[in-house]
Design a protein around this ligand. Sequence first.
Ligand code: NAP
Length: 496
Amino acid sequence: MAGSGVFAEIIDGDVFNYYADGEWKKSSSGKSVSIINPTTRKVQYKVQACTQEEVNKVMEMAKVAQKAWAKTPLWKRAELLHKAAAILKEHKAPIGECLVKEIAKPAKDSVTEVVRSGDLVSYCAEEGVRLLGQGSFLVSDSFPGNERTKYCLTSKVPLGVVLAIPPFNYPVNLAVSKIGPALIAGNSLVLKPPTQGAVACLHMVHCFHLAGFPKGLINCITGKGSEIGDFLTMHPGVNCISFTGGDTGIAISKKAGMIPLQMELGGKDACIVLEDADLDLVASNIIKGGFSYSGQRCTAVKVVLVMESVADTLVEKVKAKVAKLTVGPPEDNCDITPVVSESSANFIEGLVNDAKQKGATFCQEYKRDGNLIWPLLLDNVRPDMRIAWEEPFGPVLPVIRIGSIEEGIHHCNASNFGLQGCVFTKDINKAMLISDAMETGTVQINSAPARGPDHFPFQGLKDSGIGSQGITNSINMMTKVKSTVINLPTPSYTMG
Ligand code: NAP
């Protein structure tokens, strides 16, 4: 059960504490934020509503702790990360249970998220010791007009305090994808977890606490993003922001100061299907890509662009698979579980109603009970429908029939998003040309879009983001290059 066993100290009464200076604390606000279970629609947990003064204190402590951490040997930082990873994996069951209750993620996938997060932390430790254990050596005579009188040594140094803000859909995994790189690179960390998913994050942070990281190095501030978000992101003590979420990230990037930003935002990933594609493979990938975790994934397939000549066959195959999806509570490991909130469900319903009004073909009857929305495939969607462009973040998938490859590429590139996309064809030459033409951070050939494995580069173009994630890129992003130049009195040539 959440907040029991080794996690008993993270809760006080019925409210989970926040974490600062190596301790679990109650906020002086005397207020809490409720977390609504998407399935029961009742209050499941409560977390502290932290104050601005508490944020100020945390920032000060994080700054002090970072200075000492930067002097901690790399192998020692890696050792602690490996320890935290092992503790995290050991407690996959209680943390997984929080994910089931807070975000209605199917039980099996919830546990997988925790295990994957442990693996990610270990990989950060391994990648970090190699990447940060090396610098570069440059000599001056490679640039015209110079003799070999200057030796330049570069190394990667930490940025300072990293503010990490993950979204609700992978609260643990997307938190550690920021925490791991930040820590191995010598930064300290302030985590602001999503409200839905906050308790899973607090449990995860406790695993780092149990691993024995220094006080003040890792901190976790809870509260509603709409209330403390601006104060956090505009705080002068923050040296880097790593954010994953929706349009909020665009607003943050406009308000943040002159600090490095890593923004992983929304997507409208297109699945382009050519006439020669293996339609069984396509159908399985559309189901996996479009309906896993009820479509609440940044890289979910969010629009199918299929050549008219094979559209009927593909739609029939997908329809048959949709009929087999199980719908119900996350505890029963159903394929389709309630979406995260009532407002999300209402938003999805708005998109469905708009498509109905404008004449889309409903392959199933639209059905909703509370936050639970049955999987729905919408055929013959046209560009004048909202669902053609907007991200439903739910189990509703539009199919647009196209007359040419160019039409598919045009639709994909007309989107304000540019996260991932995929193309299905047996012709690798065509696939490469289409991949090059698609304005997205990644194109998958013959598979649905996906963020993992976690060490692959992951980036969005346009409104889908700034910078690139993936373990190596995140470590690099959370460091700065520092140079020292040795100036010699006379030119010196090795072996000369
Ligand atoms: P969201 O509403 O943008 O929230 C993301 C995070 O921002 C939450 O922790 C939220 O806290 C916080 N927040 C809210 N207002 C804030 C503010 N003014 N300042 C600072 N932080 C603030 O996104 P979501 O609904 O959790 O997640 C769904 C979105 O994330 C989708 O658009 C999806 O595509 C995107 N996503 C992208 C990726 C990627 O890697 N590209 C991965 C996963 C999800 P509260 O919960 O307390 O409001």
